[in-house]
Design a protein around this ligand. Structure first.
Ligand SMILES: Cc1ncc(COP(=O)(O)O)c(C=O)c1O
Length: 383
């Protein structure tokens, strides 16, 4: 079968829009020249809206994890006590980064597949007044759960002096993000998910309150020192050579966001979530999460009477469709479908249709078209 390109539906990296690919293939420019200054200035003005902030958003060449580590090394220092809310493998990663920097880590472990209850954060903080920062994942990619950032942030500010630090790597750009309104102190995201870019850029927005802490913080850092990025960005530059091609791409991504309208981008993601979930329900395939906390960027199914790994292999073989498996304790137990960034309801109908064929081929007795019909019904109701 003709298979020039794969159908990439993992929860990041995600496909790149053709106009973004073209933008990234522009001839290289000098990173200290006038063109780079204009490019960064242009991006700087437009990127804030994606984070829902009046702050400048810093861009660091590095993967999402470098953004998480940047948040840690700038806001706290060895020996400080921090709370890490762990709802899956990326909360766990935040905790491991904190441990690597010799912080005293308190973990609030939540059953994987569930969102954290903000009341638990309140209970913890009212008993631990010395906590310097609270780390939490917005979309826990490993479980397809959205944590209630606004409510958690309210608890953090009411019951502590801690900074509220959020990993939005797998959803910012695909979900309404209101950093200033919610009182988030550091918001991190990455390029390769709802931001429709290849991997390689991480973004951080910082509140005035957090800047004061960062200015005083003496924890060692060099490449990841946010003060350097802030100073450079003030003059539309970066402290080190930026991933110039990624910035070309980002400029075009912002144009696509503006053309569609951010609120419509978010509605599209919600619609894709609802279509995917309805299809799975119609096929009697259990979902890992309840509707109320389901992510608009990724859906996790929990196969009970078939092998999820076999399904992934089948659709890869027949259609070159990439779905993701589970991570850590969920390895081999779930299948994750990415529907973020450069993805539309039309793509969702394709994914469901291909999954249905895969299910039949591996011997799960489903009725072909039942999931697709359910997703179509959701689409018709919404439009
Ligand atoms: C929520 C979340 N945080 C952090 C990361 C880590 O990003 P990277 O793999 O780009 O380092 C990911 C990547 O999947 C993620 O989904």
């Amino acid at each position: 079968m003709l298979q020039d390109t794969n159908i990439l539906r993992i929860p990041g990296p995600s496909p790149i829009p053709p106009s973004v690919e073209r933008a990234m293939s522009q001839p290289m420019i000098g990173h200290r020249g006038h063109e780079a200054t204009v490019l960064i200035q242009n991006i700087k003005q437009r990127l804030k809206k994606v984070f829902g902030t009046k702050q400048d958003v810093m861009m660091i060449t590095g993967s999402g994890t470098s953004g998480l580590e940047t948040a840690v090394v700038n806001s706290v220092s060895s020996g400080d006590e921090v709370l890490v809310i762990v709802t899956g493998s990326f909360g766990d990663r935040f905790a491991k980064i904190c441990e690597a920097h010799q912080l005293k880590v308190h973990r609030l472990d939540v059953t994987w597949g569930q969102a954290v209850d903000p009341a638990l954060v309140k209970d913890f903080l009212s008993k631990h007044s010395q906590i310097k920062a609270v780390f939490v994942t917005f979309c826990e990619t490993s479980t397809a759960v959205i944590n209630p950032i606004e409510d958690i942030s309210r608890m953090v500010h009411e019951y502590s002096q801690a900074l509220m630090i959020v990993d939005g790597v797998s959803c910012v750009g695909g979900i309404d993000t209101r950093m200033d309104e919610w009182g988030v102190d550091i918001f991190v995201t990455g390029s390769q998910k709802a931001m429709m870019l290849p991997p390689g850029l991480t973004f951080l927005a910082v509140s005035d309150r957090a800047w004061k802490v960062i200015e005083e913080n003496r924890h060692p850092r060099f490449y990841l020192d946010l003060l350097k990025y802030r100073d450079s960005l003030a003059s539309n530059s970066t402290p080190f050579t930026p991933g110039v091609s990624l910035l070309f791409g980002l400029e075009q991504v912002l144009t696509l966001f503006e053309e569609e309208g951010l609120q419509r981008v978010y509605k599209r993601h919600e619609l894709m979530r609802d279509m995917t979930r309805s299809a799975m329900k119609a096929l009697n395939i259990p979902l890992l999460t309840i509707d109320e906390v389901a992510s608009p960027t990724v859906t996790a199914i929990k196969p009970e009477d078939f092998d999820g790994e076999q399904l992934r292999q089948q659709v890869k073989k027949d259609f070159n469709l990439d779905l993701a498996g589970g991570q850590q304790q969920l390895k081999g137990k779930i299948v994750r479908i990415g529907h973020m960034g450069y993805c539309t309801p039309a793509d969702v109908l394709q994914i469901i249709s291909l999954i249905e064929i895969g299910l039949v081929k591996i011997g799960k007795g489903i009725e072909l078209g039942k999931g697709v019909a359910a997703a179509q019904a959701v689409f018709m109701k919404n439009k």
